[in-house]
Design a protein around this ligand. Structure first.
Ligand SMILES: [Zn+2]
Length: 261
Protein backbone atom coordinates (compact mmCIF):
# COMPACT_ATOMS: atom_id res chain seq x y z
CA UNK A 1 0.00 0.00 0.00
CA UNK A 2 2.73 2.41 0.92
CA UNK A 3 4.63 1.92 -2.29
CA UNK A 4 1.54 2.40 -4.47
CA UNK A 5 0.65 5.65 -2.66
CA UNK A 6 4.20 6.85 -3.35
CA UNK A 7 3.68 6.16 -7.04
CA UNK A 8 0.40 8.09 -7.05
CA UNK A 9 2.09 11.06 -5.34
CA UNK A 10 4.91 10.95 -7.84
CA UNK A 11 2.48 10.86 -10.78
CA UNK A 12 0.42 13.80 -9.51
CA UNK A 13 3.63 15.78 -9.00
CA UNK A 14 4.60 14.95 -12.56
CA UNK A 15 1.20 16.10 -13.87
CA UNK A 16 1.55 19.42 -12.01
CA UNK A 17 5.05 19.87 -13.44
CA UNK A 18 3.78 19.16 -16.96
CA UNK A 19 0.84 21.55 -16.56
CA UNK A 20 3.21 24.29 -15.39
CA UNK A 21 5.37 23.67 -18.46
CA UNK A 22 2.39 23.84 -20.81
CA UNK A 23 1.29 27.31 -19.62
CA UNK A 24 4.66 28.84 -20.60
CA UNK A 25 4.15 30.77 -23.84
CA UNK A 26 7.19 30.27 -25.99
CA UNK A 27 10.45 28.39 -26.62
CA UNK A 28 13.91 29.33 -25.24
CA UNK A 29 14.06 33.03 -25.90
CA UNK A 30 16.34 35.21 -27.97
CA UNK A 31 17.69 38.52 -26.63
CA UNK A 32 15.03 41.10 -25.74
CA UNK A 33 14.62 43.90 -28.28
CA UNK A 34 16.56 46.57 -26.38
CA UNK A 35 15.88 50.27 -26.89
CA UNK A 36 18.06 53.30 -26.07
CA UNK A 37 18.34 54.04 -22.31
CA UNK A 38 17.21 57.68 -22.77
CA UNK A 39 13.98 59.42 -23.89
CA UNK A 40 12.15 59.34 -27.22
CA UNK A 41 13.66 61.44 -30.03
CA UNK A 42 16.74 62.52 -28.03
CA UNK A 43 20.10 62.21 -29.86
CA UNK A 44 23.10 61.11 -27.78
CA UNK A 45 26.70 60.25 -28.75
CA UNK A 46 28.56 57.24 -27.36
CA UNK A 47 32.08 55.95 -26.85
CA UNK A 48 34.05 53.11 -25.30
CA UNK A 49 37.29 54.36 -23.71
CA UNK A 50 40.39 52.21 -23.18
CA UNK A 51 39.89 51.75 -19.41
CA UNK A 52 36.20 50.81 -19.79
CA UNK A 53 34.81 47.67 -18.15
CA UNK A 54 33.42 44.81 -20.22
CA UNK A 55 31.74 45.98 -23.46
CA UNK A 56 30.10 49.07 -21.90
CA UNK A 57 29.26 52.28 -23.71
CA UNK A 58 29.13 55.77 -22.19
CA UNK A 59 26.41 58.10 -23.51
CA UNK A 60 26.16 61.93 -23.40
CA UNK A 61 23.59 64.16 -25.06
CA UNK A 62 24.41 65.59 -28.48
CA UNK A 63 21.17 67.42 -29.29
CA UNK A 64 21.79 70.60 -27.31
CA UNK A 65 19.98 69.33 -24.19
CA UNK A 66 21.60 68.93 -20.78
CA UNK A 67 22.87 65.46 -19.93
CA UNK A 68 22.67 65.85 -16.13
CA UNK A 69 19.18 65.22 -14.80
CA UNK A 70 17.79 63.66 -18.00
CA UNK A 71 15.61 60.58 -17.33
CA UNK A 72 17.26 57.16 -17.70
CA UNK A 73 14.84 54.65 -19.22
CA UNK A 74 14.58 50.85 -19.03
CA UNK A 75 15.73 49.55 -22.41
CA UNK A 76 13.46 46.51 -22.04
CA UNK A 77 10.94 45.25 -19.49
CA UNK A 78 12.17 43.39 -16.41
CA UNK A 79 12.84 43.52 -12.67
CA UNK A 80 14.93 46.50 -11.49
CA UNK A 81 17.43 46.31 -8.60
CA UNK A 82 19.17 49.29 -6.96
CA UNK A 83 22.81 49.28 -5.81
CA UNK A 84 25.54 51.70 -4.73
CA UNK A 85 29.30 51.48 -5.23
CA UNK A 86 31.19 54.55 -3.97
CA UNK A 87 34.45 54.01 -5.88
CA UNK A 88 32.93 52.74 -9.13
CA UNK A 89 29.40 52.58 -10.47
CA UNK A 90 27.93 55.06 -7.95
CA UNK A 91 24.14 54.75 -7.81
CA UNK A 92 23.32 52.05 -10.32
CA UNK A 93 20.44 49.87 -11.48
CA UNK A 94 20.51 46.34 -12.82
CA UNK A 95 17.44 45.17 -14.75
CA UNK A 96 16.93 41.41 -15.02
CA UNK A 97 15.07 40.73 -18.28
CA UNK A 98 14.94 36.95 -17.83
CA UNK A 99 16.53 34.33 -20.05
CA UNK A 100 20.01 35.27 -18.75
CA UNK A 101 19.83 38.88 -20.02
CA UNK A 102 20.56 41.93 -17.83
CA UNK A 103 21.24 45.63 -18.46
CA UNK A 104 23.31 47.97 -16.24
CA UNK A 105 22.87 51.75 -15.76
CA UNK A 106 25.68 53.47 -13.76
CA UNK A 107 26.37 56.90 -12.13
CA UNK A 108 22.70 57.82 -11.59
CA UNK A 109 21.96 61.08 -9.77
CA UNK A 110 18.80 59.52 -8.31
CA UNK A 111 16.64 56.40 -8.48
CA UNK A 112 13.03 56.48 -9.78
CA UNK A 113 11.92 52.93 -8.90
CA UNK A 114 11.93 50.69 -5.83
CA UNK A 115 14.39 47.80 -5.38
CA UNK A 116 12.81 44.74 -6.99
CA UNK A 117 10.16 46.69 -8.96
CA UNK A 118 8.81 45.45 -12.28
CA UNK A 119 9.47 48.04 -14.98
CA UNK A 120 8.14 48.32 -18.50
CA UNK A 121 10.24 49.21 -21.53
CA UNK A 122 10.66 52.99 -21.63
CA UNK A 123 9.81 53.44 -17.95
CA UNK A 124 12.01 55.96 -16.10
CA UNK A 125 14.34 54.16 -13.64
CA UNK A 126 16.52 57.11 -12.57
CA UNK A 127 18.11 60.38 -13.64
CA UNK A 128 21.47 60.86 -15.33
CA UNK A 129 24.28 61.90 -13.00
CA UNK A 130 27.94 61.51 -12.13
CA UNK A 131 27.96 59.50 -8.88
CA UNK A 132 30.82 57.08 -8.14
CA UNK A 133 33.96 57.08 -10.27
CA UNK A 134 32.87 59.50 -12.98
CA UNK A 135 34.34 62.72 -14.38
CA UNK A 136 31.05 64.15 -15.63
CA UNK A 137 27.38 63.35 -16.15
CA UNK A 138 26.81 60.43 -18.52
CA UNK A 139 24.95 57.11 -18.73
CA UNK A 140 27.26 54.11 -18.50
CA UNK A 141 25.23 51.33 -20.12
CA UNK A 142 25.82 47.59 -20.52
CA UNK A 143 24.04 44.51 -21.87
CA UNK A 144 25.05 41.21 -20.27
CA UNK A 145 24.19 37.63 -21.14
CA UNK A 146 24.80 35.09 -18.34
CA UNK A 147 27.02 37.67 -16.62
CA UNK A 148 29.20 38.38 -19.65
CA UNK A 149 29.18 41.81 -21.34
CA UNK A 150 27.95 41.72 -24.94
CA UNK A 151 28.31 44.11 -27.86
CA UNK A 152 25.41 46.50 -27.37
CA UNK A 153 22.47 46.01 -29.74
CA UNK A 154 19.62 48.54 -29.99
CA UNK A 155 16.44 47.67 -31.91
CA UNK A 156 18.27 44.68 -33.38
CA UNK A 157 21.24 46.81 -34.62
CA UNK A 158 24.73 46.36 -33.16
CA UNK A 159 26.54 49.57 -32.10
CA UNK A 160 29.90 47.79 -32.67
CA UNK A 161 32.54 48.58 -33.72
CA UNK A 162 32.64 51.08 -30.87
CA UNK A 163 34.19 54.55 -31.33
CA UNK A 164 36.92 55.55 -28.84
CA UNK A 165 35.66 59.14 -28.55
CA UNK A 166 32.37 61.01 -28.43
CA UNK A 167 30.89 62.82 -31.45
CA UNK A 168 31.81 60.12 -33.95
CA UNK A 169 28.68 57.97 -33.66
CA UNK A 170 25.18 58.87 -32.51
CA UNK A 171 21.99 57.12 -31.41
CA UNK A 172 18.51 58.63 -31.57
CA UNK A 173 16.04 57.04 -29.15
CA UNK A 174 12.62 55.62 -29.99
CA UNK A 175 12.21 54.39 -26.42
CA UNK A 176 9.04 55.53 -24.69
CA UNK A 177 7.62 57.00 -27.92
CA UNK A 178 4.29 55.32 -27.19
CA UNK A 179 4.55 52.89 -30.05
CA UNK A 180 4.19 49.77 -27.95
CA UNK A 181 6.75 47.25 -26.69
CA UNK A 182 8.85 45.37 -29.23
CA UNK A 183 8.91 41.57 -29.25
CA UNK A 184 9.82 38.87 -31.74
CA UNK A 185 7.25 36.30 -32.78
CA UNK A 186 8.12 32.70 -33.52
CA UNK A 187 6.48 29.98 -35.59
CA UNK A 188 5.12 30.28 -39.13
CA UNK A 189 1.72 31.07 -40.57
CA UNK A 190 0.64 32.92 -37.40
CA UNK A 191 -2.76 34.53 -37.95
CA UNK A 192 -3.45 38.11 -36.89
CA UNK A 193 -7.17 38.51 -36.15
CA UNK A 194 -9.47 41.50 -35.69
CA UNK A 195 -10.13 40.48 -32.06
CA UNK A 196 -8.88 38.06 -29.39
CA UNK A 197 -11.13 35.23 -30.58
CA UNK A 198 -10.59 32.28 -32.91
CA UNK A 199 -13.85 33.18 -34.70
CA UNK A 200 -12.59 36.71 -35.51
CA UNK A 201 -11.62 37.32 -39.14
CA UNK A 202 -7.94 37.07 -40.15
CA UNK A 203 -6.31 40.43 -40.92
CA UNK A 204 -2.96 39.08 -42.09
CA UNK A 205 -0.61 36.15 -41.49
CA UNK A 206 2.95 36.33 -40.10
CA UNK A 207 4.97 34.05 -42.38
CA UNK A 208 7.89 33.60 -39.94
CA UNK A 209 9.59 35.28 -36.96
CA UNK A 210 8.56 38.95 -37.05
CA UNK A 211 9.49 42.04 -35.01
CA UNK A 212 6.14 43.31 -33.69
CA UNK A 213 5.10 46.20 -31.41
CA UNK A 214 2.55 45.19 -28.79
CA UNK A 215 0.28 48.08 -27.75
CA UNK A 216 -1.70 46.14 -25.12
CA UNK A 217 -2.96 42.65 -24.28
CA UNK A 218 -6.25 41.09 -23.18
CA UNK A 219 -7.82 37.73 -22.36
CA UNK A 220 -9.86 36.04 -25.08
CA UNK A 221 -10.31 32.52 -26.40
CA UNK A 222 -8.12 29.78 -24.97
CA UNK A 223 -5.68 28.56 -27.60
CA UNK A 224 -3.67 25.33 -27.54
CA UNK A 225 -0.90 25.11 -30.12
CA UNK A 226 2.61 23.68 -30.43
CA UNK A 227 2.41 22.28 -26.89
CA UNK A 228 1.31 25.54 -25.19
CA UNK A 229 -2.04 26.73 -23.84
CA UNK A 230 -2.85 30.41 -23.21
CA UNK A 231 -5.83 32.79 -23.34
CA UNK A 232 -3.86 36.07 -23.47
CA UNK A 233 -3.71 37.89 -26.81
CA UNK A 234 -1.54 40.83 -27.92
CA UNK A 235 -2.72 43.80 -29.97
CA UNK A 236 -0.11 44.55 -32.65
CA UNK A 237 0.53 48.17 -33.66
CA UNK A 238 1.57 47.69 -37.28
CA UNK A 239 -0.73 44.77 -38.17
CA UNK A 240 -3.71 46.38 -36.40
CA UNK A 241 -4.98 43.12 -34.92
CA UNK A 242 -4.44 40.43 -32.28
CA UNK A 243 -2.30 37.28 -32.06
CA UNK A 244 -2.28 34.69 -29.30
CA UNK A 245 0.59 35.28 -26.85
CA UNK A 246 1.73 31.72 -27.55
CA UNK A 247 3.60 33.05 -30.60
CA UNK A 248 5.19 36.02 -28.78
CA UNK A 249 8.79 34.99 -28.02
CA UNK A 250 8.62 35.57 -24.26
CA UNK A 251 8.23 32.92 -21.53
CA UNK A 252 5.40 34.65 -19.64
CA UNK A 253 1.76 33.91 -20.55
CA UNK A 254 0.89 37.56 -19.74
CA UNK A 255 3.66 39.84 -21.02
CA UNK A 256 5.41 41.99 -18.39
CA UNK A 257 5.41 45.75 -18.94
CA UNK A 258 2.51 45.64 -21.42
CA UNK A 259 -0.80 47.24 -20.34
CA UNK A 260 -4.13 45.42 -20.46
CA UNK A 261 -6.34 46.63 -23.35
ZN1 LIG B 1 31.56 53.85 -18.56
Amino acid sequence: MRSSRTVVTFLSTLVVALAATLTVAGPAQAAPVFKAPFPCNQRWTYSHHSAEVRLALDFVRADGGTTAGTPVLASAAGTAFRYYQADGAGNYIVIDHGGGWKTYYFHLAAFSVAHGAWVGQGQQIGTTGSTGNSSGAHIHYEQLYNGVGQNIVINGWSLAPYPGYYNQKYLTSDNGCGGGTAFWTWGSGVRVRTDAYLSAPTVTTLAGPTLVHVLCQKQGDWVTADGYTNNWWSRLRDQNGFITNIYIDHPAAQLPGVPVC
